[in-house]
Design a protein around this ligand. Structure first.
Ligand SMILES: [Zn+2]
Length: 118
């Protein structure tokens, strides 16, 4: 079973350091003067770890009660107590639609979690 990558540990393992002679090395040993941008190296390491960074969509609509809605082919609503998903079909969806739906569900989860702490 694969363990979940730890973003903080990855960043700590790939911090930039000044090496003797004035070169910039990544803590993992790669000379980032030769490999190009350290930021690009760290982004590649994070991507290769299986983690992903996505932009979460803002809600498409909000109700007076504070509920927020994401309207896709399916509707997602963050309300008191959690996230509701109104899925209308069991047909396979395209990868783009699945990724968009997943991002909207994550966004709704963040709103629900924030509302639980308010
Ligand atoms: Zn590194």
């Amino acid at each position: 079973m694969m363990t979940t990558p730890n973003l903080e540990q990855i960043i700590a393992d790939h911090r930039i350091e000044m090496a003797p002679g004035g070169y910039w090395n990544c803590h993992c040993g790669i000379n980032v003067d030769e490999k190009g941008s350290h930021a690009a190296h760290v982004a590649a390491v994070i991507r290769d770890s299986g983690l992903t960074v996505i932009a979460l969509p803002e809600a498409d609509d909000a109700d007076d009660d504070g509920s927020e809605w994401w309207v896709r082919k399916d509707s997602i609503v963050a309300e008191d107590g959690g996230v509701s998903l109104f899925a209308g079909s069991t047909e396979p969806m395209g990868a783009d639609n699945a990724a968009e739906l997943g991002a909207a569900i994550l966004a709704a989860a963040q709103v629900a979690e924030r509302n639980n702490h308010e």
